[in-house]
Design a binder for this molecule. Structure first.
Ligand code: NAG
Length: 361
């Protein structure tokens, strides 16, 4: 039997579309303005310096009179994704229900597949992933008068510290008064970490990485307590997330922060914006473009930091099979090339007009 060319073409097209949907799990139809399903930052890599923390001098009780106590020196960076090619941590603020987390990484910039390097399912012990928070002191980590709390191992309820990494199983609910972040299971004692580290300090995820996370963000009871998922240079939390760190924002610029989906205090509580900060300055999704805050539905997002293309993509996925231990480069390319609001983070990028305050203190 002889098939007509047009039938073959139609069949091929149909197959391509189906194959893409079944392997890539992208939300369709995509929305690239208003309520976004995809956002892509291009020209991410910076050439410049940030103030790397090299020491934190605790001072003596009760005067705390060491000056300066936060010792820094300029660190030169350049190349694709810099400084987001450095080790990053992923941070979460409630109200948030977390159901699954996975991180995938290539073995080299141009590898043909990305392997699952960390994973967690709510109610189970994580794999190469440690839940941390900033309650260093009695149970884990350390506290000093001038430096404040270091990181600590988070307890299962994510409300306090515990004595060892993942000593308690987490069920995934993060209340609106707390924050956590994740690191790999590799400690700075196992192998040295870049920059200053104290207390319970672990490595983050370096070079290219994809975070996949399934969650929802229930309504806040207090409108000043709003949820967020963001990523910081791991050095920030290893020093002091809200104190002596290399974060910086805008001028003179910092060591890298990506707000993946953050509800801003005073802005629409049903929306979440994205912003990116580095030594270049800042830019983001702006006031008119946002991700919908998933107050009831469980949603899945992927945040891909890709060295090869010097870009970072955030995509809303329909679902994710967390049992898959690797993802082909084709799938990564599919996400990077999928419809998205494209925001260039070229040199000189200015922060877009964003309502509300950004700094979390
Ligand atoms: C990756 O491939 C690009 C070309 O696509 C090339 O310029 C680059 O050097 C490669 N990087 C590595 C680490 O092999």
């Amino acid at each position: 039997m002889r098939l007509s060319l047009s039938f073959i073409a139609a069949a091929t097209l149909c197959y391509t579309v189906l194959a893409q949907q079944s392997t890539q799990k992208l939300v369709s139809p995509a929305s690239i303005s208003g309520s976004l399903t995809g956002l892509k930052y291009t020209n991410v890599g910076a050439t410049g310096t940030y103030n790397q923390v090299t020491n934190l001098i605790p001072g003596t009780f009760p005067t705390c009179d060491v000056n300066p106590f936060c010792i820094t020196q300029p660190k030169q960076i350049s190349g694709n994704l810099a400084p987001f090619n450095e080790e990053m941590t992923f941070n979460f603020r409630g109200p948030l229900n977390l159901f699954n987390i996975a991180v995938y990484q290539p073995s080299g910039t141009n590898a043909t597949s990305w392997t699952q390097t960390s994973s967690w399912v709510a109610g189970q012990a994580p794999n190469n992933l440690v839940f941390m928070n900033n309650f260093g002191g009695d149970k884990s980590g350390e506290f000093s008068i001038c430096g404040g709390n270091s990181q600590s191992f988070a307890n299962g309820a994510w409300t306090d510290a515990t004595t060892a990494a993942n000593a308690e199983i987490a069920n995934g609910f993060l209340d609106e008064s707390h924050e956590i972040n994740i690191m790999t299971a590799q400690t700075c004692a196992d192998s040295p970490c870049d920059g200053f580290a104290r207390g319970t300090a672990n490595h983050g995820w370096a070079d290219s990485k994809m975070l996949v996370v399934t969650f929802n963000m229930p309504p806040s009871s207090d409108p000043s307590k709003v949820p967020a998922i963001w990523s910081l240079n791991a050095q920030v939390v290893r020093s002091a997330e809200y104190g002596c760190n290399c974060r910086g924002e805008g001028s003179p610029g910092g060591c890298g922060e990506l707000d993946i989906l953050e509800t801003l205090v005073g802005a629409d509580p049903n929306q979440g914006t994205s912003e990116i900060y580095s030594v270049k300055g800042a830019t983001g999704s702006g006031t008119n473009n946002f991700f919908a805050r998933p107050t009831t539905d469980k949603v899945t997002y992927a945040a891909i930091f890709d060295v090869q293309t010097d870009s970072i993509a955030i995509q809303h996925l329909t679902t994710w099979d967390y049992s898959q231990t690797s993802v082909t480069r084709d799938v990564i390319d599919g996400y990077l090339n999928a419809p998205a609001l494209e925001v260039s983070f070229a040199k000189g990028a200015r922060r877009r007009d964003v309502v509300g305050g950004h700094r979390r203190l």
